[in-house]
Ligand binder design. Structure first.
Ligand code: PHE
Ligand code: ZN
Length: 884
């Protein structure tokens, strides 16, 4: 039994947190051990008597034996910190029942029974934000992955599907709005000031998709007619003052509904679609059937308070949750090892949607940037796991970039190999065949194989093997033939020493140096460990453009002349490949200088090449500004650190800043011209105006590195003139890194201007905490004591501390102070919100890839956390795995 997660510690209730129990490893759950549940639960009725401090839940389960499972004399109902008020079987006493740890085990002799279970919970004491909790005076639920067991005793596993009917009753003044899954059945008020409502969801679903919301909310309403003619009432529910900031969310929802009909043939299946925004939420949003619950961050936006990035993220997350209605809800997961079945696929779907709504190349570059700065480091560290993991102790720890983003890349590769049309045949077959089921990743692969006509036999390795493949690429030339040699190696990861080669699809093209063109691109699939390919008819050696569009999530090792990269950075007609050439050019240079292996002259020559390529980017009239902004971006510190075996973050970052200063200096005129051209374009949401805002702030960052005093003036002016958050935040970000009077001025102004708007105050915290300012540690310390800071709100915690973990001079300060701050945070947060606390552990887990001094300091902090007497299962697992 898991003693580390008794309700007392889990909810941080001090009077119950008595003598420390012996630390004990929580059990390991293994994919191989899956067995079907012995009982079916065709229907579930839930009656809630709502109160912020006391909610009584009566659950009525109709159960029958599962003909496809082994018979069992008992039924195990999961619980987590619940106290049983009463239990009855078939409306009378039960034959026998006992508590096994937190679970309730009931003895049953018949084939069919009715269980009635009463529990009582205190939502206001639930700081974990899992189960039923109070936020801002309202009640809401979060049940994925295992939150339902904090509400009532239930077979809380995704392969038990049930049809839910939910009734609620509570004080009308407090809870005028009562929502749950499905369609509203009835709704009214009784004479005693109590409000009641009943909801029925006709679609069988697992418990993790259950949701309930009760509170004083207002809605933006709209309608949507599906392709089959169903009239759907749409609503976005928020607190009174937030209504004006919901238009973008609603428009995004309608676009997503249309797109899924057109692109995947998926139609919505209820009469209502409700979205509720809550300010205390552990994740981005949740796809509960017909009742999505969202972090306010992914709902509320207007030009004054949200950046262009925020607008895009909202559209993406709204679409993501909507798409789950098919990839996740109609077809759900058999067990949590199959998480990528719904998440990888749904991320791919939302990425393709955003590609279609805006600039496809820019979206692709952004997605690759996230993958490489977050997932690649995960895949090369102690927490590496396959997209379909083999074991876990706490499933919340597996909502990772690997399961989500690499999962999406794996399915994207299938799509690249099949082509759009055949891929669609595969997904049609998948939805059709598994509608109403709890499926596996294997089911998905089989459906794509059959529907799209692909052989994925060996490709399945992408599901079982962790680690980012390394692909060596070499191009040689002899006579009139160019020869491409490819070889791959999948590095060892924890628990997987030996690896097999995996199919790697690569889009490639060979460029003629003279005319800057190629003869058409092709898709090659490296099936084995190594292969060579010949291309005839090249009198002169061509230039290779490889992994165009980032067709495969691999690391490319290519021995390529700087001149060839500079050539591609100017000429490649694949936007991703062009971006990549620029990145490689810079990465190659920064790694060389950080290695101290470069003389002054060589350094100058390299900078000239980079400067020349950047100048071409600034002056290329064929580029739109959104794309220009991407090409101007230097590789981030996290990505750079991931490129070296043992990183010294201070050095890497200093060299990166020096290059920025150099470019800002040599291209000062062009950058100022770009800034002023872009400043002349007025605010709108069209791509041209968005692009202008992007290059404007990019230009500022270079100028600030070269000439802080001058850039400070320019940034202060941009801040003052701003009529939107993108310009304002862009300017403030630059100022926050400088040591000028304008820094303090504008930070104060920003706070005063937006106090009372938590999402914008989050930005204020994050800007300061992520800054390259030398005093960032002192700033974070001070902000932790700011009256607006609280450990109880995950958005606020992330704004301050997650932002901080990206700072080379702060988190990675050679003194170890930054590491200690994060360890202190984890220890303080763990009893309050274990899921959020555990998410900070991976930052410390990177020790193996750090230079010795920092590695030791990071380990020291991990060990200090591991030694704490009462750790949540979440943090325990992450810390022990990180120590290796
Ligand atoms: N399933 C949610 C999503 O990806 C994420 C989530 C997981 C939210 C667990 C809350 C808890 O859309
Ligand atoms: Zn999801």
């Amino acid at each position: 039994m898991d003693i580390a997660r008794t309700p007392s510690t889990a909810d941080g209730n001090p009077q119950l947190a008595d003598a420390a129990p012996e630390p004990k490893a929580p059990p390991e759950i293994r994919r191989q051990d899956y067995t079907p549940f012995p009982w079916l639960v065709p229907t579930t009725r839930l009656d809630f008597e709502l109160g912020l401090e006391k909610t009584r839940v009566t659950a009525t389960l109709e159960i029958e034996r599962n003909p496809d499972a082994e018979n069992s004399p008992t039924i195990r109902l999961n619980g987590d910190g619940l106290t049983l008020v009463s239990l009855s079987c078939d409306d009378g006493p039960c034959e026998g029942h006992m508590m096994d740890g937190d679970d309730l085990v009931v003895t049953l002799d018949g084939d069919r029974h009715r269980l009635t279970i009463v529990t009582e919970i205190d939502p206001s004491a639930n700081s974990q934000l899992s189960g039923l909790y109070a936020s801002n005076g309202m009640l809401c639920t979060q049940c994925e992955a295992e939150g339902f067991r904090r509400i009532t005793f239930f077979p809380d596993r995704p392969d038990v599907l049930s049809v839910y009917t939910v009734s609620m009753r509570g004080p009308a003044a407090q809870f005028p709005i009562l929502l749950s899954n499905g369609n509203a059945v009835q709704n009214g008020e009784s004479g005693d000031g109590m409000r009641h409502a009943e909801w029925h969801d006709p679609w069988p679903k697992p418990s993790y998709l259950f949701a309930l919301v009760a509170g004083d909310l207002v809605a933006r309403k709209d309608r949507f007619t599906t392709m089959g003619g169903r009239e759907v009432e749409l609503a976005v529910w928020v607190r009174e003052g937030d209504l004006e900031r919901t238009e973008h969310a609603m428009e995004s929802l309608k676009r997503a509904m249309t797109w899924d009909e057109e692109t995947f043939g998926r139609e919505y299946d209820l009469d209502v679609y409700n979205i509720v925004a809550v300010s205390d939420f552990n994740m981005g949003a949740m796809e509960n059937k017909g009742l999505n619950v969202f972090n306010t961050k992914y709902v509320l936006a207007d030009p004054e308070t949200a950046t262009d990035g925020d607008f895009d993220a909202i559209e993406g997350v709204i679409a993501h949750e909507y798409f789950h209605n098919w990839s996740g809800n109609r077809v759900t997961c058999r067990d949590w090892f199959q998480l990528s079945l719904k998440e990888g696929f749904t991320v791919l779907r939302d990425q393709l949607f955003s590609q279609d709504m805006h600039s496809a190349p820019v979206k692709r570059i952004e997605d690759v940037r996230v993958l490489r700065s977050v997932q690649f480091p995960e895949d090369s560290g102690p927490l590496a796991h396959p997209i379909r993991p083999d074991s876990y102790r706490e499933i919340s720890n597996f909502y990772t970039s690997t399961v989500y983003n690499k999962g999406a890349e794996v399915i994207r590769m299938m799509r690249s190999m099949a082509g759009e049309e055949r891929f669609r045949k595969g997904t049609d077959l998948y939805f059709d065949r598994h509608d109403g089921e709890a499926a596996t990743c294997e089911d998905f692969v089989v459906a794509i194989e059959e529907g799209a006509g692909l052989d994925l036999e060996q490709f399945r390795l992408w599901y079982s093997q962790a680690g980012t493949p390394k692909l060596k690429v070499a191009l040689s030339h002899k006579g009139e033939t160019a020869t491409l040699a490819l070889s791959q190696e999948v590095p060892p990861t924890p628990g997987q020493a030996e690896k097999q080669p995996m199919p790697i699809p690569l889009r490639i093209a060979l460029f003629d140096r003279e005319n800057g063109a190629h003869r058409g691109e092709e898709l090659v699939v490296l099936e084995k460990e190594a292969a060579t390919l010949n291309f005839d008819g090249f009198v002169d050696p061509p230039v290779l453009s490889v992994n165009r569009g980032f067709t495969a999530p691999v690391r490319i090792e290519r021995d390529v002349a700087r001149a060839d990269l500079a050539f591609l950075a100017r000429n490649d007609d694949d936007p991703f490949a062009r971006y990549e050439a620029m990145q490689d050019l810079v990465v190659g240079h920064l790694l060389e200088v950080a290695d101290e292996s470069l003389g002054e002259n060589e350094r100058k020559a390299a900078r000239e090449d980079i400067g020349g390529a950047m100048k071409a980017i600034l002056e290329d009239d064929a580029l739109d500004d959104l794309m220009r902004g991407e090409l101007m971006m230097l590789p981030g510190v996290s990505y750079l650190m991931d490129q070296v075996l043992l990183a010294d973050p201070g050095r890497i970052s200093a060299e990166r800043e020096a290059l920025k200063a150099d470019l800002g200096e040599t291209l000062g005129e062009e950058l100022r011209a770009l800034h002023s051209r872009a400043s002349a374009i007025g605010y709108s949401q069209d791509p041209q105006a968005k692009g202008a805002r992007k290059v404007k702030s990019m230009a500022l960052t270079y100028l600030a590195a070269a000439n802080p005093a001058q850039a400070s003036e320019l940034a202060a002016a941009q801040y003052d003139a701003a009529d939107n958050m993108t310009d304002r935040q862009g300017a403030l970000m630059v100022l926050t890194g400088l040591d000028t009077a304008a820094r303090t001025d504008k930070l104060l102004d920003f706070y005063e201007r937006f106090r009372g708007n938590p999402l914008v105050i989050d930005k204020w915290f994050a800007l300061q905490a992520s800054s390259l300012h030398p005093q960032v540690i002192r700033h974070v310390e001070a902000l932790a004591n700011h009256p607006d800071f609280t450990l109880r709100n995950p958005n606020r915690v992330r704004s301050l501390y997650m932002a901080f973990t990206g700072t080379p001079q702060g988190f990675h300060a050679a003194s170890g102070e930054g590491y200690r701050m994060i360890a202190d945070l984890i220890l303080a947060l763990d009893p309050i919100n274990a899921q959020t606390a555990a998410r900070f552990v991976p930052a410390l887990g990177r020790w193996r890839r750090m230079e010795e001094g920092r590695a030791a300091l990071m380990r020291e902090q991990l060990e200090r956390i591991a030694a704490a007497s009462k750790l949540s299962r979440d943090t325990y697992e992450q810390v022990t795995r990180s120590l290796g």
